[in-house]
Design a protein around this ligand. Structure first.
Ligand code: HDE
Length: 756
């Protein structure tokens, strides 16, 4: 039973993992939800394809799963075979000429096994190598037919299966989850008119304006080529050398230095399509659109010291969090929102909507919710699904089209191209996780690893021998929006692209004081890792144009004077329409309040007051949180009245940075034991430093004192997330503790440097 799942949770959309019969009958003691009638293109409330009325809206079944069924393998109860299906008699010993003699070349069983093993790895993605994926579905809120003919938006309740992959960008496949980095947010919609891939990030803008610069950017941020250092980090010379010479990166740098780049969870971050795309309706009318994903779980982040410590404590922090939540039936959910705007509106903006270093403030174009995305099933096999999934911005469907964003243009080429070497040929669309649910018929043939067996002698068009099939769909097929173009062929950029700082300033000015402090600290940290002083200097000279306050703070942190601003590309930059945009601050998006799936550590030891521990555990479980008892070693602890508690984790194997909140127990013997254990004090210090709620019962005040935890905030005000109570009064403080946990972090406690 997985940790988050506790004893009671079970993901009804995934039959038991173990046992040959698991595909048909659930493991004992759990309820199995029958597959819902929702097939691709169906609505949740409609009868299913077979005409039978369904079981009602069970938002669980994924049509992708049906198509993947044909390739699923369950070896339970089966005999071991070679890849040719020949039963293997001995899987322990190679074939030898005598027990001590040479191994024979003839041993095809050994050779097949080793040969396959030798080729198990494929090239990792050049960027976004480390990621985690899940299956789910998208459900449209209502018809968007006036805007787009894309079939997934055709009617209210229409359900389209999806596969989503989240990722970091710079780190290699085996790197850590909580690096400071942009996160990928790639969604493959298996629509009934073909696959649409919305390959986005958790930040709405990008570092560069033109695809021409992408290889340079990536070469700059990846580990330096001479020594392969550093892994999964932008805090090094080549990255800051490049971006400090590219003022267009400044806006994105502000986002990347904000807490957005260290999310608490993949489940708790926004997603953005970044570029302007087009929606095209059945009449051929088109408007521009920007895509937004907003998490129902709220948008929450780590703090840097916490992120660094989690890298060591659990490098798979985000992967595990996503996996556990889905296994436990805590399906993460996002709302898709659209910013729709016309060419005429776009022309009037002070910025260019083809420039991916700019966003459209929500004050100018509001975000309209149009549907929800739910992830409800973990992959069966990481390699087959998460590693082999191939997202391509070129994968669009009728009703979705491109803008002329020059960054997007390069992407339309790059993603298909990269899969050809990564996945070994042009037939990567036939790999089960990539193959559309919509049928595929064309005259493309052959190539490495071809799976389809195309029948007949016709592989060309026009033909008469095949009755002209497959025939063109005409206007029912994908028709590119006929945007008029009349211009010179040039290498260059439109003038508005040359304004680099307005939106960086907008972003900075829209942050809370604590968020601003974290941005300054992140610049200080990253630039302090740069060894060439001139690069640090140049970067601060760029920040001068963003905010004098920010430049001063960073300069102070680096021990330099604020330099004069870099020369600007434009003498008279256009005036921005919006000065402050609350939606750009993380705190603007609290999400649904609640503590579901939040991890709470309850520290225990022999002699603990058992009644209050049990009460806290029960109350947290009732709210959907995941309380875990932590002690010096595994096994059981015996409470003061003789009750016993199972210990779930140890102070050593599960550092407190992995918890969202901490409970310290009462009971003199327990406190005496914990006081002598340095791990306990680190536990408390980290929770305090990272502004997480602490519930300290009775005598545990002694632990707080030994850890040096201040009673009040620096200004003498009470610390509302440091909640103290006698064990008998625990019920009266639990609501306050739960409220603090739901607020995620108690920022009034934030200080730089930390007080303890
Ligand atoms: Fe990517 N990007 N990118 N990118 N990108 C890749 O494709 C590329 C950009 C993004 O989970 C690669 O399959 C170019 C912006 C995500 O599998 C590659 C340019 C955004 C993922 C590639 C960009 C992204 C990728 C590497 C500038 C946010 C991971 C492996 C012109 C809107 C998808 C692969 C997954 C992956 C190229 C810029 C998002 C090399 C040339 C902007 C989420 O094709």
């Amino acid at each position: 039973v997985n940790q988050l799942a506790g004893e009671t949770h079970h993901n009804p959309n995934k039959a038991g993992e173990f046992g040959y019969d698991s595909a048909v009958s659930p493991p004992q003691g759990v309820t199995h939800t029958p597959p819902s009638p929702a097939t691709v293109g169906s609505t949740l409330s409609e009868p299913n394809a077979s005409g039978k009325t369904g079981h009602g809206p069970v938002p669980g079944h994924n049509a992708t799963i049906d198509t993947l069924d044909r390739v699923r393998v369950d070896s339970t109860g089966r005999v071991l075979t070679t890849n040719q299906g020949v039963p293997v008699g001995d899987n322990q010993n190679s074939l030898k000429a005598g027990l001590r003699g040479p191994t024979l070349l003839e041993d095809f069983i050994l050779r097949e096994k080793i040969t396959h093993f030798d080729h198990e790895r494929i090239p990792e993605r050049i960027v976004h190598a480390r990621g985690s994926g899940a299956h789910g579905f998208f459900e449209a809120y209502g018809p968007l037919t006036d805007l787009t003919r894309a079939s997934l938006f055709a009617e209210a309740g229409k359900v389209t299966p999806v596969f989503v992959r989240f990722s970091t960008v710079a780190g290699e496949r085996g790197s850590v989850d909580t690096a400071r980095d942009v996160r990928g947010f790639a969604v493959k919609f298996y629509t009934d008119e073909g696959n649409w891939d919305l390959v986005g990030n958790n930040i709405p803008v990008f570092f560069i304006q033109d695809a021409m610069k992408f290889p340079d950017l990536v070469h700059a941020v990846k580990p330096e080529p001479h020594n392969g250092i550093p892994q999964a980090a932008s805090a090094h010379d080549t990255f800051w050398d490049f971006v400090s010479l590219m003022p267009e990166s400044t806006h994105m740098l502000l986002w990347a230095m904000s807490d957005r780049a260290i999310p608490r969870s993949y489940r708790m971050m926004q997603g953005f399509g970044v570029h302007s795309y087009r929606l095209v309706n059945a009449k051929g009318e088109s408007q521009f659109v920007k895509f937004h994903w907003k998490p129902k779980q709220g948008t929450h982040s780590l703090v840097w010291d916490e992120a660094v410590k989690i890298m060591g404590a659990d490098p798979d922090f985000h992967r595990r969090d996503l996996w556990d939540a889905i296994e436990a039936g805590e399906y993460p959910e996002w709302e898709l929102g659209l910013q729709v705007f016309t060419e005429e509106q776009a022309d009037k903006f002070s910025f260019d909507i083809l420039d991916s270093t700019k966003l459209i403030p929500e004050e100018l174009i509001p975000v309209t919710p149009v549907g929800r995305l739910v992830l409800n099933r973990n992959p069966d096999n990481f390699f087959a699904e998460t590693e082999q999934v191939a997202f391509c911005t070129a994968h669009v469907v009728p009703g979705i089209d491109f803008s002329n964003d020059p960054l997007l243009a390069g992407r339309i080429h790059s993603y298909v191209d990269t899969q050809i070497s990564r996945l070994g040929g042009p037939n990567f669309h036939e790999i089960p996780i990539n193959s559309p649910i919509a049928p595929v018929h064309n005259n493309q043939r052959d190539g490495l690893h071809r799976q389809a067996i195309a029948r007949g002698r016709v592989a060309y068009e026009p033909n008469s021998l095949g009755g002209g099939c497959p025939f063109q769909a005409g206007v029912k097929g994908f028709v590119s929006f006929p945007q008029p173009i009349k211009d010179d062929k040039v290498r260059g950029k439109p003038e508005k692209f040359a304004e680099h700082y307005n939106q960086a300033t907008l972003f900075y000015n829209s942050q809370t004081e604590v968020e601003k402090a974290h941005i300054a600290a992140a610049f200080r940290f990253e630039l302090s890792k740069v060894t060439v002083p001139a690069i640090r200097q140049r970067m601060v000279a760029s920040l001068v144009h963003v905010s004098a306050e920010l430049a001063a703070k960073v300069a102070e942190g680096l021990g330099i004077e604020v330099p004069p601003g870099l020369p600007r590309a434009l003498d008279n930059p256009p005036k921005p329409e919006v000065k402050v945009s609350p939606a750009l601050s993380l705190t603007a998006l609290p999400g649904e309040v609640g503590i579901r799936s939040r991890q709470v550590g309850i520290v225990v030891a022999n002699g603990v007051d058992g009644a209050s521990v049990a009460a806290v555990e029960k109350a947290l479980r009732a709210e959907g949180a995941v309380p875990r008892l932590v002690s010096i070693r595994l096994g059981q602890v015996t409470a003061v009245k003789g009750e016993t508690f199972d210990v779930h984790a140890t102070l050593e194997n599960h550092p407190s940075v992995l918890f969202d909140a901490l409970v310290l127990p009462c009971g003199q013997d327990a406190i005496d034991t914990l006081l002598t254990n340095g791990h306990t004090l680190e536990y408390i210090k980290d929770q305090y430093r990272h502004c997480k709620p602490i519930l300290a019962l009775g005598l545990s005040e002694q632990l707080l004192a030994k850890a040096g935890i201040p009673d009040t905030l620096p200004d003498g005000q009470p610390d509302e997330a440091l909640i103290k109570a006698q064990p008998s009064k625990v019920a009266s403080v639990l609501p306050a503790f739960i409220a603090q946990l739901s607020a995620h972090r108690y920022t009034p406690r934030d200080s730089d440097p930390p007080r303890v």
